[in-house]
Design a protein around this ligand. Structure first.
Ligand code: C2O
Ligand code: CU
Length: 534
C-alpha cells in the first residue's frame, strides 16, 4: 500500500478511490494494531519455534483393480490452541488442530476422507450455525466431493469425500467452503495441507524433514486471547499477527543445505510480497498445480490467498548462527501493521549435513512440463470475458454483475459458462478497480496464465495454476482445458469475505442445461448421520 493511500485510510476511510468505492468505517481498528491484547500478551516476532502439523493416520485397502485406497478420518471440533504465551485461543480444527493434519499421499493411490462434523451448533464467539463443506483445493474431484458451498454437513453428520489423486505431484490444501461462512470457518482454523507426491518430484526436490509445509495466515486477537473478527464490511480481514503453521512469527533451525518450502497463503484476505532479509533470491520450483517446466530465480513474489508456491532456499552459504528472515513487503490494498512485514526466521545451525542426499546442494533448473503448460492459445476455441467488481449500492462483490445468490435462487442450475468436456478456452478476468485485488480460483481445472494487461505473467507464475492474482486495474487471461469430469463447479474470488458476499458463480462442463447430472453436487453423495458422536 502506498503511503498516501494508507494515510488516506487513516484519515477517514476515503482511501478507496477509483472504481469500487465503498467507505469503510475504520473505527475500532487503528493502523497500529488490530488486536486488543495487552502489551504483555501481544506476541513478538521470533520467540516461538516453528511446528509442523502431524501426519494423518490411515488404513489401506486394495481394490479388485489393484488400486490402493487410503481411508482417513478427520473430525471437525471446537478446541483450543496455544498461539499466545499466556492465553488460550478457541479454534475450530480438523482433529482440533490448526493447521489440520498434513496428508501426504502418492499419485495413483486413492483416498476416502471421512469428515465428521462434531462442531457445536453455533460458532462460540460469532454465533452463526456451523454446517460445513470440505473442499480439497487443487484436486479434480467429482462435483459431489468438491466442497460445493451448499452441499452441507450439519453438526452430528459426516461425509465421505473421495479424492482421486491421479494428478501430478502438487501442494493442495483442504479447507471449509460452507456457503456465506467460509471466511469465518477457515479463519477459525478449518484448513490444512494435502500433498501429492510422484517419482518426478521425488527425484528432483528435497524430501522428508527438508520438505517443509508453511501455512501462512494473519489473525487478530481479543483481549482474552480469542480470535477477533473484523472483515471491514466484507472488504477484507487484516490481522496484525502473522501465523506460520499456527504460531506467531516462528523460528526454524536450518542446516547449511537446500530446503524446500511449500508456502500456502491461507489468509482470509491478505496478500504478501515475500522476500528474504538477505536480499538473496529464492528458486521457485512449483506453482499451485505442481512443478514448473523450469525453475525461476526471483527476488520477491506476490502471493495471494490460496496460491501455493514451492520454493527452494539455499542455506549453504550462511555462517553458523546467521539468521535469515522471510519478510513481506506487502502489496496495494492490504492493511499493514507494525509487524506484518515479518513472517518467520531461519536460524542457520552447524550440524553436519548428509551429503549422501543428492538434493542437499541441488538447485535444479529444468523441471517438468505438464498438460496445462503444454497448451498454447492456438488450442483455444472460445474466449470468455468476466468483469469482477464491487456493487457500491449493495456492498456486494460480483462477477459480471451476478453472485452466488442468483445461483441459489435458480435451484443451483444457473451457470456463467457451459464449456464442452475437453474444450480448451481462454477466460479473461477484468478488474478495473483501483481499490481491490481479487485472487480468482477455478475449481476442477489447472490453467496456464497467458497474460496480464497484455504482458507475460510474472516469471514465478510460469507454472500450472488454479488461482490467479487479479490485481488493481489488471486484466488477466488464462488458458483452460475443461475436464476430466462433467458437472457443475464453482469459480470465485479467494478473498474469502468477497467469496461469501458473494463473488462466486459456477460453470458446467460437458452437460446440457436439461441433461440429468449423475454427479449432482447437492444430491449425489449427501452427508449422513454419524452413529458415533463425540
Ligand atoms: Cu480454496 Cu473454492 O476454494
Ligand atoms: Cu475479491
Amino acid at each position: 500500500m502506498s503511503l498516501t493511500r494508507r494515510q488516506a485510510l487513516i484519515l477517514g476511510g476515503v482511501g478507496m478511490v477509483g472504481a469500487g468505492i465503498v467507505t469503510v468505517p475504520i473505527s475500532g481498528v487503528s493502523a497500529k494494531s488490530a488486536s486488543k491484547l495487552s502489551d504483555s500478551d501481544m506476541p513478538r516476532p521470533y520467540r516461538t519455534p516453528l511446528t509442523i502439523p502431524p501426519p494423518l493416520a490411515y488404513q489401506t485397502t486394495v481394490g479388485a483393480d489393484g488400486v490402493k485406497t487410503r481411508h482417513y478420518t478427520m473430525t471437525q471440533r471446537l478446541s483450543s490452541a496455544k498461539i499466545l504465551s499466556r492465553l488460550t485461543t478457541p479454534i475450530l480444527g480438523y482433529n482440533g488442530i490448526f493447521p489440520g493434519p498434513t496428508i501426504r499421499i502418492d499419485k495413483g493411490t486413492r483416498a476416502i476422507v471421512r469428515v465428521r462434523n462434531q462442531l457445536p451448533a453455533k460458532h462460540p464467539t460469532l454465533g452463526y450455525a456451523l454446517p460445513t463443506s470440505t473442499h480439497l483445493h487443487g484436486s479434480a474431484s467429482l462435483p459431489q466431493y468438491d466442497g460445493y458451498a451448499n452441499d452441507l454437513t450439519l453438526p452430528g453428520f459426516y461425509k465421505d469425500y473421495h479424492f482421486p489423486n491421479f494428478q501430478p505431484a502438487r501442494s493442495l490444501w483442504y479447507h471449509d467452503h460452507a456457503v456465506h461462512f467460509t471466511a469465518q470457518n477457515v479463519y477459525s482454523g478449518l484448513a490444512g495441507q494435502y500433498l501429492i507426491s510422484d517419482p518426478v518430484e521425488k527425484g528432483l526436490l528435497p524430501q522428508g524433514s527438508f520438505d517443509v509445509p508453511l501455512t501462512i495466515s494473519d489473525a487478530m486477537f481479543a483481549a482474552n486471547g480469542a480470535l477477533g473478527y473484523d472483515d471491514r464490511e466484507h472488504s477484507g480481514l487484516w490481522g496484525d499477527v502473522i501465523l506460520v503453521n499456527g504460531k506467531p512469527w516462528p523460528v526454524m533451525q536450518v542446516q547449511k543445505r537446500v530446503y524446500r518450502f511449500r508456502i500456502l497463503n491461507a489468509s482470509v484476505s491478505r496478500s504478501y510480497n515475500f522476500k528474504l532479509s538477505t536480499g538473496d533470491p529464492v528458486t521457485v520450483v512449483a506453482t499451485d498445480a505442481g512443478l514448473m517446466p523450469a525453475a525461476q530465480t526471483v527476488g520477491s513474489w506476490r502471493h495471494s490467498s490460496a496460491e501455493r508456491y514451492e520454493i527452494l532456499i539455499d542455506f549453504r552459504k550462511y555462517a553458523t548462527g546467521a539468521r535469515v528472515e522471510l519478510r513481506n513487503s506487502s502489496n496495494d490494498n492490504n492493511r499493514d501493521f507494525d509487524n506484518t512485514g515479518k513472517i518467520m526466521a531461519f536460524d542457520v545451525i552447524g550440524t553436519a549435513v548428509n551429503t549422501a542426499d543428492p538434493t542437499w546442494n541441488s538447485l535444479p533448473t529444468t523441471l517438468v512440463s505438464s498438460h496445462p503448460m503444454d497448451l498454447t492459445a492456438a488450442n483455444s476455441t472460445k474466449t470468455r470475458k468476466f468483469r469482477i467488481k464491487h456493487d457500491d449500492e449493495t456492498n456486494i462483490w460480483t462477477i459480471d454483475d451476478l453472485t452466488w445468490e442468483e445461483v441459489i435462487a435458480s435451484g443451483f442450475q444457473r451457470v456463467m459458462a457451459d464449456p464442452a468436456l475437453d474444450a480448451v478456452e481462454v477466460w479473461e478476468f477484468e478488474n478495473s478497480s483501483d481499490g481491490w485485488f481479487h485472487p480468482m480460483h477455478m475449481h476442477l481445472v489447472d490453467f496456464q496464465i497467458l497474460s496480464r494487461n497484455g504482458k507475460p505473467p510474472f516469471p514465478y507464475e510460469l507454472g500450472p495454476k488454479d488461482v490467479v492474482y487479479v490485481g488493481e486495474r489488471e486484466t488477466v487471461r488464462v488458458l483452460v482445458h475443461f475436464g476430466p469430469h462433467r458437472g457443475r463447479y464453482m469459480l470465485h474470488c479467494h478473498n474469502l469475505t468477497h467469496e461469501d458476499h458473494a463473488m462466486m458463480l459456477q460453470f458446467r462442463v460437458g452437460l446440457g442445461a436439461d441433461e440429468a447430472d449423475p454427479n449432482d453436487p447437492m444430491k449425489a453423495a449427501p452427508a449422513v448421520w454419524d452413529p458415533v458422536q463425540g
